[in-house]
Design a protein around this ligand. Structure first.
Ligand code: ARG
Length: 369
């Protein structure tokens, strides 16, 4: 099939339109250059959907085998970097579907039976975010461990405890650090709790009103590991809500903001403690920069940047929550704007947690000060 034919087929509505989209509008409305990041979740969701379609007798066993084979090839192409992402095909979903149809023919089109991009994208974002939340949980534990290690080595070191930043009462340096371990424990709890609401299946909602195909949503939910604490399939109960709400993403970004605020408070203390006026600690050189004309300076760049990046993540929370405000039911294209803030929140959070776990191990305490 030529690219031209492909593009025409992907634009199912084009027969109703008398003029093509301008290049600017195409670029403005396309999301493929950022949402291609969802490719693995998109394939995972499609395979679960296809498996169910076959079990329900909606597609043949041959179709299922073709879809599985085609998706395996697409996965290999994406991993090898040879997959050709096309702006004309708008988003990750249409890019993968078009390639599948090119590889396996009509079976590729039948994959979309009883499904819409609206419930597909909601499913993909949830699957992707669930994986990221799990990684964030591991990184949080590593940071806590690193802080506990420093605390353990410094149980005898006395630090002035402050209120109003006035010297108040003596506390152990270890005790002070463990306050952050508690904050991060609550952050981990929040992640675990909101993960339950992320881990629910929108598929079956179709465009907004469900579908007359006899789908087995519970089966898809089980295949995707979308189950509740009792191991029962977790499916979005209302189709209009399932395709349109992004409160799970807002909730995640809120928890991420709070986590970053805790990081930011710790950063502020590290910065103060390292300044010449306090002189309580030193940070390993690899986390700092110097100045050629003021050689006495050692700037704590990493904690300063983390404090700065907190603003960036809180900004994403404001972005997402404002995105939702004023949207009538059900899906609106506004929701395509959920991805970049969400992706950037996850990237910023993971990098920050990694670097802080390393940096904690590089704190030298100066007990005499
Ligand atoms: N790229 C779209 C998004 O991110 C996918 C859903 C589009 N659905 C539609 N009916 N145009 O939200």
């Amino acid at each position: 099939m030529s690219t031209n034919q492909l593009d025409k087929k992907s634009q199912a509505w084009s027969a109703l339109f008398s003029e093509p989209m301008s290049e600017l509008v195409k670029r403005y409305t396309a999301s493929v250059f950022f949402d291609k990041r969802l490719w693995a979740a998109d394939i995972q969701g499609s395979l679960a959907h296809a498996d169910m379609l076959q079990a329900q007798g909606l597609i043949s066993a041959d179709d299922l085998a073709s879809i599985q084979k085609g998706m395996a090839q697409i996965r290999a192409e994406i991993e090898a970097g040879s997959f050709e992402w096309k702006l004309d095909l708008e988003d990750v979903h249409l890019n993968i579907e078009a390639r599948l149809t090119q590889l396996v023919g009509d079976a590729g089109k039948r994959l979309h039976t009883g499904r819409s991009r609206n419930d597909q994208v909601a499913t993909d974002v949830r699957l992707w975010l669930r994986g990221e939340i799990d990684e964030i949980g591991v990184l949080l534990t590593e940071l806590q461990k690193a802080l506990v290690d420093v605390a353990e080595q410094n149980t005898d070191v006395i630090l002035p405890g402050f209120t109003h930043l006035q010297v108040a009462q003596p506390v152990a340096f270890g005790h002070h650090l463990l306050a952050y371990v508690e904050m991060f424990a609550r952050d981990a709890e929040r992640m675990i709790d909101l993960r339950k609401r992320v881990n629910r299946l929108p598929l079956g909602s179709a465009a907004l009103a469900g579908t007359s195909y006899p789908l087995d949503r519970e089966r898809v939910a089980r295949t995707l590991g979308m189950v509740d604490e009792a191991g029962q399939p977790a499916v979005c109960q209302n189709s209009l809500d399932g395709v349109s709400d992004r409160d799970f993403a807002i909730e995640f970004t809120a928890a991420a903001s709070l986590l970053m605020v805790h990081i930011s408070r710790l950063s502020e203390e590290l910065i103060l403690w390292m300044s010449q006026s306090f002189g309580f600690i030193d940070l390993a050189d690899r986390f700092c920069t110097g100045s050629s004309i003021m050689p006495q300076k050692k700037n704590p760049d990493v904690p300063e940047l983390a404090r700065g990046k907190t603003g960036r993540v809180v900004g994403h929370l404001m972005g997402l929550i404002t995105l939702m405000k004023g949207q009538p039911l059900a899906y609106n294209k506004d929701n395509q704007e959920d991805k970049e803030p969400l992706f950037d929140t996850v990237d910023t959070l993971k990098d920050t947690l990694r670097i802080f776990a390393e940096m904690a191990a590089g704190i030298t305490v100066k007990p005499e000060a």
